[in-house]
Design a protein around this ligand. Structure first.
Ligand code: ZN
Ligand code: ZN
Length: 321
């Protein structure tokens, strides 16, 4: 029974987290915005008013709810890793550097997570409006000169977009990320990239240590060469399914954690590759989405090296206050 409850909680948790991640980490995609708008409308009729206020607070205005959830997930994963895996792995004489690597990576990751949350993404203000307008040329396809944001009442620089969650226009707008509770734009995209890569590496390193530990358990116990008596009384050689079942019953939490980490590696790895592609081609997520419909759009690419420099060393004019 305990096993079943753990499994139900696990599946619910995975479905909620992954759906939230996919739906809410990038609200720049227009069709997604429309889809979320429809959900908002339905919820407006269904939810009681106190729950509506909470929902609005979490998803439609800037809110630290996902930042707290992110930190809580980090804490839970590392608590389980430290509680069960580290002790066993040390007993099995797995390299200490290998075991400590996830801790080093998560410290690096938390530093860049903080930078993403705290740094100005490139908010267009009255003082900076004229400077931002000079940075990129208007392409005449997605961005036109002289356009004013109806909310901010400021001239929209090329590659900027108004974020409805933050209520500001952001220069070289990529997307609004609920996990860092901030827009990702010209001035913090470099921190976001390092944050995402370090998070992917943290998850890979955790999965690698846990896999190494489980493999060592299997080899040291000579499980694969053992036999068992089935329900009909016949002797059967142990196969991989039997080993996985045995590991599930012996280390249920570690196996659940490993499954969760594998799913995260796929999601984060895929998203990292996508952002790397955008970085190499000097596109924002917002422009990438729009350019799928407009073949004539040339974009802002000026060669891989200059494109990377554009992100990691934004033009000096941007840095000026
Ligand atoms: Zn605006
Ligand atoms: Zn925003």
């Amino acid at each position: 029974m305990e096993f079943l409850w753990l499994f139900i909680i696990y599946v619910t948790f995975l479905v909620i987290s992954i759906s939230a991640f996919c739906l809410l980490s990038g609200r720049s995609r227009n069709s997604l915005d429309r889809f979320l708008h429809r959900i908002d409308k339905v919820l407006h009729h269904v939810l009681p008013s106190w729950l509506q206020r909470y929902y609005m607070g979490c998803f439609q205005t800037r809110s630290g709810a996902f930042v707290i959830l992110h930190l809580l997930l980090d804490l839970l994963v590392f608590a389980e890793y430290s509680w069960e895996c580290v002790g066993y792995s040390l007993e099995l004489e797995i390299s200490q550097i290998f075991i400590l690597l996830p801790y080093t990576l998560i410290i690096l990751n938390l530093y860049f997570f903080y930078q993403c949350c705290a740094k100005d993404p490139g908010i267009v203000t009255k003082q900076k409006e004229a400077l931002y307008v000079q940075i990129y040329e208007y392409d005449g396809v997605f961005f036109f000169p002289g356009n004013k944001c109806p909310t901010c009442q400021l001239t929209k620089p090329a590659r900027s977009k108004h974020c409805s969650v933050c209520g500001v226009c952001v220069h070289r707008f990529d997307h609004h990320c609920v996990w860092v509770n901030n827009c990702i734009g010209a001035l913090n995209i470099r921190y976001f990239l390092i944050y995402l890569f370090s998070l992917t590496l943290t998850v890979i390193s955790l999965a690698a240590v846990i896999s190494r530990f489980l493999l060592k358990v299997v080899f040291l116990s000579h499980m694969m060469s053992a036999a068992y008596i089935d329900l009909d009384g016949h002797e059967q050689m142990v196969n991989i399914v039997f080993v996985v079942q045995h590991l599930f019953l012996t280390f249920p939490r570690i196996l659940f954690l490993l499954g969760f980490l594998f799913i995260l590696v796929l999601i984060l790895g895929g998203y990292s590759c996508f952002l790397l592609y955008l970085c190499f081609t000097n596109q924002t997520s917002n422009e990438w989405y729009k350019s799928r419909r407009v073949n004539a759009h040339k974009g802002y690419s000026r060669g891989i090296l200059i494109n990377i420099k554009d992100i990691f060393q934004p033009p000096d004019i941007v840095k000026r206050d």
